[in-house]
Design a protein around this ligand. Structure first.
Ligand SMILES: Cc1ncc(COP(=O)(O)O)c(C=O)c1O
Length: 390
């Protein structure tokens, strides 16, 4: 059918949702599938947060509210970001959005001109490259190297920065590898972009889920705060994926543009969801701390399990809830292995190529699954892969 703008043809999707459909189809035939494909905590939203949302609905917070967010939540986020990053952030620097994804969308709409270049990690969150192409910009994916814990190939990074660059996307801890951007690379990146008209989108959605060392935001480096949009939110750390609540931290001028983009798209984020977010930040943290402890112990379990499979090697990820094993020794493409493991072992995982061409040779396992399921999945994969080697 004619009549569509070309740009919609350039949009891509997340392979996790496609895999979920395939896995559900197998389940409908009576097969048991163990799910390691979707990037969402398997924990429920803590009950005090749910109650705050329900109370807000009962209190009548069911109408439109200010586009960039309700003042109490913007204040609380500003305080939280100031404390956790050690920089001075005001409520006027905060824009609240339905989920953190709109911060990605708005950063690209507001900062990227067609024909300019955007640097981002490969493998990386698939929506980065999709939106870059949607905006008519030129993708500059930078390989992440397994040998350095999936940090950037810094030579390729430095070679890619030019007067055409308008946006650099960083993501630490990273989806899909769980890798971190080391402090010295952040320093170098800051030097490369300093005094240039380049915006940095620092995707820190997994910041609270870093198991090793202290997270470093590029916004904390001298002069960088003005140039940086921090993306963060409630989906992962507070198990609130379906509530749709995220935010960006940026200079006031950009915050005004983001606010206008909100007026032109969703108008605002539901006020009752924002009240739940306020409770998440100001209420007890024990449930999310407990979730984090469980994720860390699952990480150790799944990484040891994957490394026990002949032909598989898995780097210990520093954060998030993803393991990204190397499966190159089987001589098959990642997407063939993704399919084989689903059909033969009844385990749903993702091909690394769903995250960029440098994901070839790897699989992504989201370990948002019980320890029992992790053990079962490892046993089944071991048996299935042994058949390939024999
Ligand atoms: C790297 C990364 N950034 C951002 C998001 C989006 O988060 P939200 O669900 O709050 O929109 C995700 C979700 O999977 C993610 O993996």
């Amino acid at each position: 059918m004619d009549g569509f703008a070309l740009r919609v043809e350039r949009l891509e999707v997340e392979s996790a949702f496609d895999m979920l459909v395939k896995a559900r189809a197998l389940e409908a035939q009576g097969r048991e599938v163990l799910h390691f494909e979707i990037g969402e905590p398997d924990f429920d939203t803590p009950s005090h947060i749910k109650e705050a949302g329900i109370k807000a609905i009962r209190d009548g917070l069911t109408g439109y509210c200010p586009p960039p967010g309700i003042p109490e939540l913007r204040e609380a986020i500003a305080e939280h970001v100031s404390e956790t990053r050690g920089i001075e952030v005001k409520a006027s620097n905060i824009v609240v959005t339905p989920g953190a994804k709109p911060i990605m969308f708005f950063s690209i709409l507001a900062c990227v001109e067609p024909g300019r270049e955007v640097i981002y990690p490969d493998p990386g969150f698939p929506i980065y490259s999709s939106l870059v192409k949607f905006a008519g910009a030129v993708p500059r994916p930078i390989p992440l190297l397994e040998e350095t814990g999936f940090s950037f190939d810094m030579d390729a990074f430095a070679d890619s920065v030019s007067e055409k660059t308008c946006l650099v996307i960083l993501n630490s801890p990273n989806n899909p590898t769980g890798g971190l951007v080391p402090g010295e690379d952040i320093q170098r990146i800051a030097e490369l972009v300093a005094d240039k008209r380049i915006t940095i989108l620092s995707d820190e959605i997994y910041r609270g889920m870093q198991y090793e060392g202290e997270p470093v935001s590029i916004a904390t480096l001298p002069g960088m705060q003005e140039q940086t949009v921090i993306l963060d939110g409630f989906s992962k750390l507070y198990a609130m994926t379906g509530w749709r609540l995220g935010y960006g931290v940026m200079n006031e001028e950009l915050a005004d543009h983001f606010s206008k983009l909100l007026v032109n798209s969703t108008s605002c984020t539901p006020a009752f969801t924002q009240m739940a977010g306020l409770e998440a930040l100001s209420g007890p943290q024990d449930e999310s701390e407990d979730m984090l402890r469980q994720f860390k112990s699952r990480r150790d379990l799944i990484v040891a399990g994957l490394n026990s499979i002949p032909g598989v090697s898995c780097h210990l990820p520093g954060g998030a809830f993803y393991a990204f094993p190397n499966v190159k020794s089987f001589g098959r493409s990642s997407s063939e292995l993704e399919d084989y493991i689903l059909q033969e072992a009844g385990v749903a995982c993702l091909s690394g190529t769903g995250f960029g061409e440098h994901g070839e040779g790897y699989l992504r396992f989201s370990y948002a699954s019980s320890e029992e399921n992790i053990r079962k999945a490892i046993d089944r994969i071991k048996t299935a892969l042994a058949k390939l080697s024999s």
